[in-house]
Design a protein around this ligand. Structure first.
Ligand code: CA
Length: 450
C-alpha cells in the first residue's frame, strides 16, 4: 500500500470508528432510578434541618441535583400516592382516592387496568424494568407488578410488612410470583436486590423502581442501629432513627453500585416520600403542620430530590410547587419516549424548569381531594379543608409554612375564587371506587394498617 493510501485508510478507520461511538454516546438513554420512602417525616432528613438522625446518603442525592422545596404528593396516603406516581394522573380520575382494603371492590381492588403505567411506557421505549419493594396497588394476580409493566419484581404486594423473619406468612416476600425465604432484615434485602438488578442490566437502559416500606410501621430496627441511637430516650424515635439509618445506608449502597459501573453521570435518580410522617412512628414534619392522612402541608409536602449529573446542575434549590405526578412525564422526556396516551396527563416534564430553560411555574394549581378533606395550592396561597371543617381555610405559605394563620376571614374574595377553581377540578373526577375502610377512619389504627 502506498503511503498516501495508508494515511487515508487510517483516517477512514478512525472516522468509521469514531462516528458511531460518538453518536451512540449522545443517544444513550439514561437509566432511571425512582426511590420512594414510606411515611418519612419532612423534617427528619439532615438536609431539611434534622439534627438527631444523620442521613448522608439521601442528602447526597439532593446535593448532587435539585432539591424541590415545594415538592408534593397527590395523596396523603400510601396507595393513592403510588397510583398517581405510576400513572402521572390524579388518582381520583380513576377512583383510587383511598387505600385498597376498605369496603367495596373485593378482588377487583387495585390500580385500574385501564391506566397505563410508567414501567409499561418505559418498557415500550426499550427499557428493562424492575421493581424492588412495596407494591400496595392490588393483591390479585391481574394487578401484580409483572402484569403492570415490570420485567422483574422482588418485594411484597400489601401495604406493610415485618422487617424481620417470622411475622407474616400469609403475605410472603415474593420473587416474581414465588414466595422466598424472608431475609434477615428487609431494608437490607432491598439494597441487595437492587444492586443485583443493576449488575444484571448495567449494559442496557434500565428503570429501577425502589419503594422501601421503611420507615412505615411495624417499628423494627436492627440491634446495631438501636445501639447507635441509644442516646435517644424516646423508644419510638430511637427505633425510627434505626429504620431511617438502615434505609439511608441501603440507598448509599445502591448509589455506590451505579458509580462502580460508571453509570452515575447518566442516571436520573428521584427520591420522594409517599406522604408525610404520622406521629405513631416517631417521625417529625417540622416546620410543617399536620401529618399523614391529612391535607395539611405535613400530610402532602414531602422531600423531593432529583439528580441527573449529565443534565442537571448540582446543588440547585427549586421552590415552585411540583408534584409526584410530574415524575412520569419527566422520566419519559429523559428517555426520549412519548407522553402520549390516556388524557389528561396531569404531570409535566420538570427538566426545562430544573435546568432554568423555563422560568414559569410548572403548575397554575395543584389540587387535593381525600374524602371530605380538600386543598388547592396556587402560587403562595393554599385553600384547605381538613376533617370537620365546614368552611375553607386560607394560608399564605410564603409567610406561614406552618399554616398557623387562617386568612379566610380577611380575604373572602380569594377564598371564593380558589374554591370555584377547586370545584371546577372536582367536576373532572369520578367517585371513589372503594370506601376508605376502617383503618382510614380511625386514627389509632392508622399507621399499623396503611
Ligand atoms: Ca405511606
Amino acid at each position: 500500500m502506498r503511503p498516501l493510501h495508508r494515511i487515508q485508510s487510517v483516517w477512514l478507520a478512525i472516522i468509521s470508528v469514531a462516528i458511531p461511538v460518538a453518536a451512540a454516546d449522545e443517544m444513550k438513554k439514561p437509566n432511571i432510578v425512582l426511590i420512594v420512602a414510606d411515611d418519612l417525616g419532612y423534617g427528619d432528613l439532615g438536609i431539611h434541618g434534622g439534627k438527631d438522625i444523620p442521613t448522608p446518603h439521601i442528602d447526597a442525592i439532593a446535593k448532587a441535583g435539585v432539591r424541590a422545596t415545594s415538592g408534593y404528593v397527590s395523596g396523603p396516603y400510601c396507595s393513592p400516592t403510588r397510583a398517581g406516581l405510576l400513572t402521572g394522573r390524579y388518582q381520583q380520575r380513576f377512583g383510587h382516592e383511598f387505600n385498597p382494603g376498605g369496603g367495596g371492590g373485593g378482588d377487583a381492588i387495585g390500580l385500574s387496568l385501564d391506566e397505563v403505567t410508567l414501567p409499561t411506557r418505559l418498557k415500550a421505549a426499550g427499557y428493562v424494568t424492575g421493581m424492588v419493594g412495596k407494591w400496595h396497588l392490588g393483591n390479585s394476580p391481574q394487578f401484580h407488578p409483572q402484569q403492570r409493566g415490570f420485567d422483574e419484581f422482588y418485594g411484597f404486594l400489601g401495604g406493610a410488612h415485618p422487617y424481620f423473619p417470622g411475622g407474616n406468612a400469609a403475605a410472603p416476600i415474593l420473587r416474581g410470583t414465588e414466595p422466598v425465604d424472608a431475609p434477615a432484615y428487609l431494608t437490607d434485602a432491598f439494597a441487595v436486590e437492587s444492586m443485583g438488578f443493576i449488575d444484571r442490566h448495567k449494559d442496557k437502559a434500565f428503570f429501577l423502581y425502589l419503594p422501601f416500606n421503611a420507615v412505615h410501621n411495624p417499628q423494627h430496627a436492627k440491634a446495631e442501629h438501636l445501639e447507635q441511637f441509644k442516646h435517644i430516650a424516646d423508644e419510638r424515635r430511637r427505633t425510627y432513627a434505626g429504620m431511617l439509618t438502615a434505609m439511608d445506608e441501603a440507598i448509599g449502597q445502591v448509589m455506590a453500585k451505579l458509580k462502580t459501573h460508571g453509570l452515575e453521570e447518566n442516571t436520573l435518580v428521584f427520591f420522594i416520600s409517599d406522604n408525610g410522617g404520622p406521629p405513631v412512628n416517631g417521625s417529625t414534619n417540622t416546620p410543617l403542620n399536620g401529618q399523614k392522612a391529612t391535607t395539611w402541608e405535613g400530610g402532602v409536602r414531602v422531600p423531593f430530590f432529583v439528580k441527573w449529573p449529565a443534565k442537571i446542575k448540582a446543588g440547585a434549590v427549586y421552590d415552585q410547587p411540583v408534584i409526584q405526578l410530574d415524575i412520569l412525564p419527566t422520566a419519559l422526556a429523559a428517555a426520549g419516549a412519548p407522553a402520549t396516551g390516556k388524557a389528561p396527563l396531569d404531570g409535566v416534564n420538570l427538566l426545562p424548569y430544573f435546568t432554568g430553560e423555563n422560568k414559569d411555574a410548572p403548575h397554575a394549581n395543584l389540587y387535593w381531594r381525600f374524602g371530605q378533606q380538600i386543598a388547592l395550592r396556587q402560587g403562595d396561597w393554599k385553600l384547605l379543608k381538613v376533617a370537620g371543617d365546614t368552611q375553607p381555610r386560607l394560608y399564605n405559605l410564603k409567610d406561614d409554612i406552618g399554616e398557623a394563620h387562617d386568612l379566610a376571614a380577611v380575604q373572602p374574595d380569594r377564598v371564593k375564587k380558589l374554591q370555584a377553581e377547586w370545584d371546577g377540578w372536582d367536576k373532572t373526577l369520578v367517585a371513589p371506587k372503594w370506601t376508605p375502610g376502617p383503618q382510614q377512619g380511625k386514627k389509632k389504627k392508622a399507621a399499623r394498617n396503611q
